[in-house]
Each structure stands twice: as structure tokens, then as C-alpha cells.
Design a protein around this ligand. Structure first.
Ligand code: PGA
Length: 258
């Protein structure tokens, strides 16, 4: 089944609104309204409005890096699905390993956010991945399975198609160490099998992105793998030239898989 490649930039806590508009402007101008692949930018909350305003009729999409599981009310410091939708956000990164490890987010909490996203027609980008310690202890599959089953609990199969999974081995994030294409494919194939088990045939149309030091130098090899449907990119997404090279790699890989 041909899945549409998604190249997504996770800007993390980088770029003021002014800086974000500058980076987004360069990306939007270059990507324009190509529709071969999906391109996504996820700036910090404070830059979303500025970035969304620039999108115009470009096909580039805007995402958020987190979201509240609650709809509204007395939750100081939180941001709701409705607030994001109002700013033309269409995707939300959830369960990133930095949120799991620094802010104590659990699978159960992340699951509530996934469900809130889907109820509001936002596409969750659910991140999963093992630490180096877990990999060395031979626990990759059990860790990933727990994160997937926990994070996707109660998701109905008819809503599952819009979900995106990002496999991000924690030891590869921001370290310059990338999983080899074979290592990544092995886990992606395992994730694919879990998704089919959870959702039936819909599981084979869910996109699985690779994340963890993806850059122009290693993207072609990773994207050539059958179950790698794009990338969630941190560091290299902050430099327009690098991110656009990754978009190019995505377009190339999509044309080969067609
Ligand atoms: P990186 O980050 O590309 O800088 O490793 C990826 C991510 O954390 O999403």
C-alpha cells in the first residue's frame, strides 16, 4: 500500500515568533503547493500564529508539539485542541521522549491526549522509542508494544487512519547517532504488525516516521526502507537548507515507491 511520505520538523523550544516566521517563510516559499508528499512544521506554541499566517495556499501544514487532554477550564498553562484548531493546526506531536522523561508523561496520560486530538479532528503524531539501556537489555519490542498499546487504547479503527506514529530511539535523539536503516526498519516492521493487530487493515495505511538525528546525509537510505514513511526531524529542521534537502529526499523516495 502506498502511503504518502510525511516530512515533519519538530522545532522544540527554539525560535522566537520573529525567527520562526523567517524560517517558515523560507520553507513555505520553497515547498509551495507541491502535493507529492506532506510537509509539516511544528513550532513552539508562541510561534504558531505567526507561522500559520504565512502558510496561505501552500500545502505546508502546521503542527503543535503538545496539547492538553482537557477541553477548557482551570488548567493554568495548558493549551486546548480548540485553541490549536483556531490557529489552523492540523497535527500534534504527543508523547515525545523529552516529555516522557523530563515531564513524567505516562502512556495513560498520553492516551487521553491522543483521544482528545482525534475527537477534535487533529492528527496525533504519537512518539515511541526505547532508551539505550532498554535496547541493550533486549527489551525493544516490549517497550514499543507497551507504548503503542497504552497510547492507542480505545482508539476506534475508523479513526486510526489519521494517526501518525514516530519511532524515535531515545539514544538517537539529538546525539548525532542514527539507527542504521536496517535497525530502524526492523522496529518499523514490528510497529506495523502491532498496528495491524490493533486496527486490522487500517493498520497498514498508518504512517510510521523515523526520528533521531535524521539529516540530509542519511535520509535517502532510511526513506528507502519499506516501512519508513517519513521523518520527524529536530536539529536539521531548524536550518531551512537542511530541512528542504530532507523534503527533496522525501519526494525522491515517494516517486520510487509509486
Ligand atoms: P533530532 O530530534 O533530529 O534532533 O535527533 C528528533 C526529535 O526529537 O524529534
Amino acid at each position: 500500500m502506498a502511503r504518502k511520505i510525511l516530512i515533519a520538523g519538530n522545532w522544540k523550544m527554539n525560535k522566537t515568533a520573529t525567527e520562526a516566521a523567517d524560517l517558515a517563510g523560507q520553507i513555505i516559499k520553497a515547498v509551495g503547493n507541491q502535493s507529492d508528499i506532506d510537509v509539516l512544521m511544528c513550532p513552539p506554541f508562541t510561534s504558531i500564529a505567526a507561522v500559520s499566517e504565512l502558510v496561505g495556499n501552500s500545502t505546508v501544514r502546521v503542527g503543535a508539539q503538545n496539547m492538553s487532554d482537557k477541553a477548557s477550564g482551570a488548567y493554568t498553562g495548558e493549551i486546548s485542541a480548540a485553541m490549536l484548531r483556531d490557529l489552523r493546526v492540523s497535527y500534534v506531536i504527543l508523547g515525545h521522549s523529552e516529555r516522557r522523561s523530563y515531564y513524567g508523561e505516562t502512556d495513560e496520560f498520553i492516551n487521553r491526549k491522543v483521544l482528545a486530538c482525534l475527537e477534535n479532528n487533529l492528527k496525533p503524531v504519537l512518539c515511541v522509542g526505547e532508551t539505550l539501556e532498554e535496547r541493550e537489555a533486549g527489551k525493544v519490542e516490549s517497550v514499543i508494544k507497551t507504548q503503542l498499546v497504552g497510547g492507542l487504547k480505545d482508539v476506534p479503527a475508523e479513526k486510526a487512519e489519521t494517526i501518525v506514529i514516530a519511532y524515535e530511539p531515545v539514544w538517537a535523539i539529538g546525539t548525532g547517532k542514527t539507527a542504521t536503516p536496517d535497525q530502524a526498519q526492523e522496529v518499523h516492521a514490528f510497529i506495523r504488525a502491532q498496528l495491524v493487530e490493533l486496527f486490522g487493515t487500517v493498520g497498514s495505511s498508518i504512517r510510521i516516521l523515523y526520528g533521531g538525528s535524521m539529516k540530509p546525509a542519511n535520509a535517502d537510505e532510511l526513506l528507502a526502507k519499506p516501512d519508513i514513511d517519513g521523518g520527524l526531524i529536530g536539529g536539521a529542521a531548524l536550518v531551512a537548507k537542511d530541512f528542504l534537502a530532507l523534503v527533496e529526499s522525501g519526494v525522491k523516495a515517494q516517486s520510487k515507491s509509486a
